[in-house]
Design a protein around this ligand. Structure first.
Ligand code: SIN
Ligand code: CO
Length: 388
C-alpha cells in the first residue's frame, strides 16, 4: 500500500486517501497511458446502438445552447443524424464490453470492488459538454482520446439549486478555481459534491471511473424486506410490558420502548442483517450485461485443464466475500454462493481481481463442480490465455 503510484502522480495510496479522497481534487498528468486509444469515437457510437447498452444522448439547441435535451437508450442510427453543433454521448458500463478497460480498475487497488460502480465514457465534438454540475459520488475522470478542458468550482450539496426547467441538474453558476486541459492519459479526481464542467476541445473521449456509495434508506429497505420474509418473526409478541394506563388512548413510552427494543434485538442478533447487506452490495448494476453462459459441466472442464485457459471474474458480475467468525462467505450477483472448502482460497483470489491459469490446481471434483456452476451463472469466465 505504501508504494508511490503512477496513477496518483507519485503519491502513495495512504496519502491520497488521507488528503484527497472525498476532500479535494487531484490532477495527474500521464496517470494512465494504457487507456489511450482503447476505444475510438466510432467504437463508442457503435456501442451506444447496441440494444442492451445504457446510453444517453445530450443535445444543446443551436439557437440557444442553454436549452438542453436528453434522449435515453435505446438509441438508433437516426438519433445521430442532424445533430446540433453541441452534443455529448454518454455510454455506461463500457468496462462490461472491453476487457482492456475492465483491467484498468486494477489501477485503483486501494478502493474495494464493492465500492466500484462502472466506467462511463463520454464522447463529444469540440464544444460539447454535459453542463456545469456536481455528482454525489467520487469519480476519476481519465482522458482516453482528444482533449477536454475541465473547470472546477464550489462544493455543492442537497440544498444546491439547479437551473429550472432543464432535463439535467445543471448549476446556474460556478465559482471557478481550477481550469486545465486534460490530454490523453491524464486523470482528474473529483470528490463528491464538487462542481465541475468539462468541455471538449476537439473530438474527445473521457472515461469516468465511478464509485458507488450505499445510502441508509436503501439498506433499511433491504434489511426490512429480509426481516419481513422471516416467518419466525411473524409470531405475535406477548405483553411482557403492560403498563396500567389512566387513559385507554395512550401507548406508554415504556411500551413503545419495549417494542423498539424487540426490533433492535433482532437487528443485532440475526444474520439476516449481514445477508441483506451482502446481497445488496453484490448486486450487479446492469444485470442485462451479464452474458448468457454456454452450459458447461465439470467433465468438460476436466478436459481443458492445462490447455491454455484462464479463469477470471466476468466484468459485469460482482463477487464479494466477507469473513464471518473465521469462515469465508461468498456472494455473487445478489446471491450467497455455497462452494466447497477446497475452492475457497482460489475463489478469493478471483474475487480479488486475479486471473488464474486453469491448471492442475483446479483438478478436484468438487472444485470443478463449483466452477461449472459459477461459469453457468456467468459469475466467472474462462478465456484462452492469449485473448488478453
Ligand atoms: C463527461 O465526461 O463529460 C461527464 C463526466 C462527469 O462530469 O462526471
Ligand atoms: Co460529473
Amino acid at each position: 500500500m505504501s508504494n508511490p503510484l503512477q496513477v496518483l502522480g507519485g503519491i502513495t495510496a495512504e496519502q491520497f486517501l488521507n488528503e484527497y479522497w472525498q476532500k479535494k481534487p487531484l490532477l495527474v498528468r500521464n496517470a494512465m497511458p494504457e487507456i489511450i486509444n482503447i476505444l475510438e469515437p466510432d467504437d463508442v457510437k457503435e456501442l451506444a446502438l447496441e440494444e442492451t447498452v445504457s446510453a444517453r444522448l445530450i443535445k444543446q439547441k443551436d439557437k440557444d445552447p442553454n436549452q438542453w435535451s436528453v434522449k435515453s437508450s435505446p438509441l438508433i442510427k437516426g438519433d445521430f443524424q442532424k445533430l446540433p453543433k453541441l452534443w455529448t454521448l454518454l455510454v455506461q458500463a463500457v468496462d462490461h464490453y472491453s476487457f482492456d478497460l475492465a483491467e484498468l480498475w486494477k489501477e485503483f487497488p486501494f478502493i474495494p470492488q464493492w465500492r466500484r460502480d462502472d466506467i462511463m465514457v463520454s464522447y463529444a465534438p469540440k464544444g460539447g459538454s454535459v453542463g456545469k454540475h456536481f455528482d454525489f459520488y467520487d469519480v476519476f475522470l481519465v482522458q482516453g482520446y482528444g482533449h477536454r478542458r475541465w473547470q472546477l468550482g464550489q462544493m455543492c450539496d442537497e440544498s444546491t439549486e439547479f437551473v429550472p426547467e432543464q432535463p439535467l441538474k445543471l448549476l446556474p453558476e460556478m465559482d471557478i478555481h481550477f481550469d486545465e486541459v486534460l490530454a490523453p492519459g491524464d486523470l482528474l479526481y473529483v470528490p463528491p459534491g464538487l462542481s465541475h464542467y468539462g468541455v471538449a476541445e476537439d473530438d474527445c473521449l473521457t472515461f469516468s471511473f465511478g464509485f458507488r456509495m450505499p445510502n441508509i434508506a436503501t439498506m433499511m429497505d433491504r434489511v426490512s424486506d429480509k426481516f419481513a420474509d422471516n416467518s419466525l418473526l411473524k409470531n405475535p409478541l406477548l405483553d411482557v410490558v403492560r403498563d396500567e394506563v389512566a387513559k385507554i388512548g395512550e401507548i406508554t413510552s415504556n411500551e413503545l420502548a419495549y417494542l423498539k427494543a424487540k426490533v433492535l434485538e433482532q437487528l443485532q442478533h440475526s444474520n439476516d442483517f449481514e445477508h441483506a447487506l451482502m446481497s445488496l452490495m453484490s448486486e450487479p448494476k446492469y444485470p442485462d450485461n451479464l452474458p448468457e453462459a454456454d452450459e458447461i459441466e465439470a467433465d468438460d472442464l476436466l478436459e481443458i485443464i492445462d490447455t491454455g485457459y484462464e479463469l477470471r471474474l466476468e466484468p459485469a458480475s460482482r463477487l464479494l466475500y466477507t469473513l464471518d467468525d473465521g469462515q469465508l462467505l461468498f456472494w455473487a450477483n445478489g446471491e450467497e454462493c455455497c462452494i466447497s472448502e477446497q475452492f475457497e482460497s482460489l475463489l478469493k483470489q478471483l474475487a480479488d481481481g486475479e486471473s488464474l491459469v486453469f491448471d492442475q490446481s483446479f483438478n478436484d471434483a468438487e472444485i470443478l463442480e463449483d466452477i461449472a456452476q459459477l461459469l453457468n451463472e456467468s459469475v466467472l469466465m474462462l478465456l484462452p490465455s492469449d485473448e488478453e
